[in-house]
Design a protein around this ligand. Structure first.
Ligand SMILES: [Zn+2]
Length: 303
């Protein structure tokens, strides 16, 4: 069995909406993982000899703190991690739409926002958000609603907010191709996280699905001279069609987000679960690492 640990951002800066993991906690996690597990890369899973105590480390989205802050800690523990990037986000140097939307609401000083699109629920159609707290509360509610809109509607709103909050600078938080090449050259595999960080399970148009799967694969090949072997489904969204097309596009494994261990033979190699670790207390993190937190939750549920 394999425990696959997933991280996103590692940074000492605190964030009220999506808190990155503190570097000290990340260091403690790696120390514990190294002590108890043999760490291989996800790309090794299909051909490695797996045993009870095998683990992998991966990062999604391609934030700059991955190379600036996480890499030295990975090197200290002599661990190779896999990095999954949405190629449009790297090309355009813009983070995922969820991050970007939050960034706009967090950093503006503006109070007016005439957000009255008819596809938004009525209580979400606002004219003004008077202060920081109101903006944070609003974007927290808005994000899950946007996840269920069409891509075009979602971008219409994100672009509209951007056009109003002109006082906000574009966030400089993404790695570039040079960074990814450096990681790759150091032995850290680079994988696909689609082109536009789309929820693959929601795409019904096959051409568009192929564009996300193959387009990102081709782009990584173009920039790094090597095809990515694995695909990480953004927001853990996939279905049978996504798995089938991923195989056809040449991937050898697909990664989900599910707080569970991977058991070869039981689990499909295109549904490898990953345990996400967050910036939370050490006891809770330790339980997540040993997968006990999920076991405890299960017992409580069946009580
Ligand atoms: Zn992602």
């Amino acid at each position: 069995m394999v425990r696959n640990f997933l991280f996103h951002r590692i940074s000492p800066d605190r964030d009220p909406l999506w808190d990155p993991m503190d570097p000290e906690l990340f260091d403690k996690c790696l120390k514990l993982i190294c002590r108890n597990y043999e760490v291989i890369t996800i790309e090794d899973i299909p051909h490695a000899k797996l045993h009870e105590q095998t683990a992998t480390i991966s990062f999604d989205d391609g934030y700059k703190d991955n190379i600036e802050i996480a890499l030295p800690i990975l090197e200290k523990h002599n661990i190779k991690a896999s990095f999954y990037v949405a190629t449009d986000c790297i090309d355009k140097q813009i983070p995922t739409w969820t991050y970007y939307l939050e960034h706009l609401f967090k950093n503006t000083e503006k109070t007016d926002l005439d957000l009255r699109f008819d596809y938004l629920p009525e209580d979400m159609r606002v004219k003004q958000l008077p202060d920081y707290n109101a903006r944070i509360a609003y974007v927290r509610k808005l994000k899950p609603i946007l996840k269920n809109l069409s891509l075009a509607q979602r971008w219409e709103i994100v672009m509209y907010v951007q056009s109003v909050y002109t006082d906000v600078q574009k966030p400089d938080v993404m790695m570039n191709w040079h960074d990814l090449k450096k990681l790759r050259d150091l032995g850290h595999p680079i994988g696909s996280h689609t082109k536009s960080h789309v929820m693959l399970g929601h795409i019904t148009d096959e051409t568009r699905l192929i564009d996300e799967l193959k387009g990102s694969r081709d782009r990584i090949f173009e920039m790094l001279g090597e095809h990515p072997k694995t695909i990480s489904y953004p927001i853990g969204s996939y279905n049978e069609k996504v798995i089938e097309m991923s195989k056809q596009c040449g991937y050898i494994a697909g990664l989900a987000v599910k707080q569970d261990v991977y058991v070869p033979g039981r689990d499909s190699i295109f549904e490898i679960p990953r345990i996400e670790l967050y910036n939370e207390s050490w006891w809770k993190t330790k339980l997540r690492i040993s997968n006990s937190l999920e076991k405890i939750k299960k017992v409580l549920r069946y009580k």
